[in-house]
Ligand binder design. Structure first.
Ligand code: BG6
Length: 475
């Protein structure tokens, strides 16, 4: 048998990329709402262009998303038809605490997710819940400066206490922060940071990172106290950095780039700051405000499992290299001449998936959960309404084969695998709808036009077969 009994097959979404209903159910405004489609999106997500409210002349795709707020029953039924064992989704923080710092939660928001989780359970689907997926209340950004402030730790503790208490028995698997290392690349998305004039960017990012790491450890502690059955995972935007060549400068550059990512999981899984990070902070004169209590909380509350997204490996070149640069999942780097790329320039590397799985397993020796993987591609609808997305099937088949090899040949331990965007949704990077990952097509375009109707692509039937055979039939 290739995949273990009970392997959790499924798909993953994020509230801000699919829910919509941004002003319904008592929900407050969040950073993710005010990130526009178009050329300024990158600057806003990077904290370089201040946009803390809707501005005239911009289109904001998260306002409607794919309207899952109103259609989740239909969508979960489609996931169930594919045989999903798990569905990863995220909580909109501002549905629960519209401002972020209230004393009492918003009952309508809590009821919404309770209903959604019950709907999953009705279909035998285990919810896998990301507590924050690039999500931060606007009020906390305006009032406290986002995750730069330690106060956010307390607000987050309140949020998770409410969630764990309310959903005890309904939700077992939780992820504390989506792609926590994105703080260093997209700080407005990752930590609600808008840089001040003259501010030391790295200092702000590492301060926010520390506060999120401490908050994550608190969440682990609180979860285990409320329900010892709960399993808490960290979530990394993974993808091993290869050296561009065997030139020692390139190998060293790749080592440093890998450490920059591992730093987060090193803290969350090993319970302490690694030496290379402490030295780097010291060299740069960055004070993250570590307290004795922080040290203790981090040490005593490490994660139960390691989750991550994988889209591609990356490549690093040291000083003096003539390597060409390329795009990736918010990580621009050296272009790997051996790999083909997606329509959006992301390298495609299934063997790199096996390498990344091995690297993470070797380093942490905790079960791995792949919670995002997939191909963003343009789809064409045939005149009869069908969609032949063989390119998506090929990508997923090769990656699932690589994952199977990691398990069966290399002994990597895994809990499950959720593809990114099982239903087409708004792209986090670009705000486009045309960058589609889904098995389910959604009739909506980049300008927000379309009926929002759902239809099944060829990959829908393929993934259904993969799950039904527990990964044995990938043809
Ligand atoms: C990950 C995020 O970075 O990659 C998702 O967790 C995101 O939110 C996914 O959608 C794919 O990226 P993009 O830019 O193609 O949407």
């Amino acid at each position: 048998m290739a995949f273990p009994e009970g392997f959790l097959w499924g798909g993953a979404t994020a509230a801000n990329q699919c829910e919509g209903g941004y002003d319904e159910g008592g929900r407050g405004l969040a950073n993710v709402d005010v990130i526009p489609h178009g050329p300024e999106r990158r600057l806003v997500t990077a904290g370089l262009r201040k946009m803390l409210d809707f501005e005239d002349g911009y289109y904001y795709p998260a306002k409607v998303g794919i309207d899952m707020y109103h259609r989740y029953k239909e969508d979960i039924a489609l996931f169930a038809e594919m045989g999903f064992k798990t569905y990863r989704l995220s909580i909109g923080w501002t549905r629960i605490f519209p401002q972020g710092d209230e004393d009492e939660p918003n009952e309508e928001g809590l009821a919404f997710y309770e209903d959604l989780f019950r709907e999953c359970k009705k279909h035998g689907i285990e919810p896998l819940v990301t507590i924050t997926h690039f999500d931060c209340p606007i009020h906390l950004i305006k009032e406290y400066g986002g995750w730069r402030s330690r106060k956010l730790i307390d607000f987050y503790k309140k949020l998770v206490t409410v969630l764990f208490t309310r959903y005890k028995g309904l939700v077992k698997y939780w992820l504390t922060f989506n792609e926590i290392n994105m703080i260093l690349h997209l700080p407005f998305m990752g930590a609600g940071i808008v840089f001040e004039e003259g501010e030391d960017h790295e200092a702000a990012e590492y301060l926010a990172a520390h506060n999120e790491l401490v908050a994550s450890a608190w969440a682990t502690k609180i979860a285990h106290e409320i329900d010892p059955e709960m399993k808490i995972g960290c979530m990394l935007a993974a993808g091993t950095y290869y050296p561009y060549s065997c030139r020692p400068e390139d190998v060293r550059a790749a080592q440093l780039a890998n450490q920059e990512n591992y730093f987060f999981v090193d803290v969350q899984s090993r319970g302490r700051y690694p030496g290379y990070a402490l030295k780097e902070l010291e060299r740069r004169g960055i004070d993250i405000g570590m307290t004795d209590e922080d040290r203790q909380i981090l040490a005593e509350n490490t994660v139960d499992f390691i989750s991550f997204s994988y889209y591609s490996t990356r490549c690093s070149a040291g000083e003096g290299s003539d390597a060409e640069r390329t795009e990736g999942n918010a990580f621009a780097g050296a272009k790997n001449p051996y790999l083909k790329a997606s329509q959006w320039g992301w390298a495609i590397d299934p063997l790199g998936f096996r390498i990344t799985l091995n690297d993470l397993w070797d380093r942490y020796q905790k079960p791995l959960f792949v919670v995002e993987n997939g191909l963003g591609a343009k789809d064409e609808v045939n005149p009869d309404g069908t969609i032949d997305d063989d390119y998506r099937i090929d990508y997923l088949r090769q990656h699932i084969e690589a994952m199977r090899d990691a398990i069966t040949e290399d002994g990597v331990e895994m809990l499950g695998y959720t593809t990114w965007g099982p239903i087409d949704l708004v792209s986090a990077g670009t705000g486009e709808m045309s960058k589609r990952y889904g098995f389910i097509y959604v009739d909506r375009d980049d300008a927000g036009e379309g009926t929002l109707a759902r239809s099944k692509k060829k990959s829908f039937y393929w993934y259904k077969k993969v799950i039904a055979t527990n990964g044995a039939d990938l043809a």
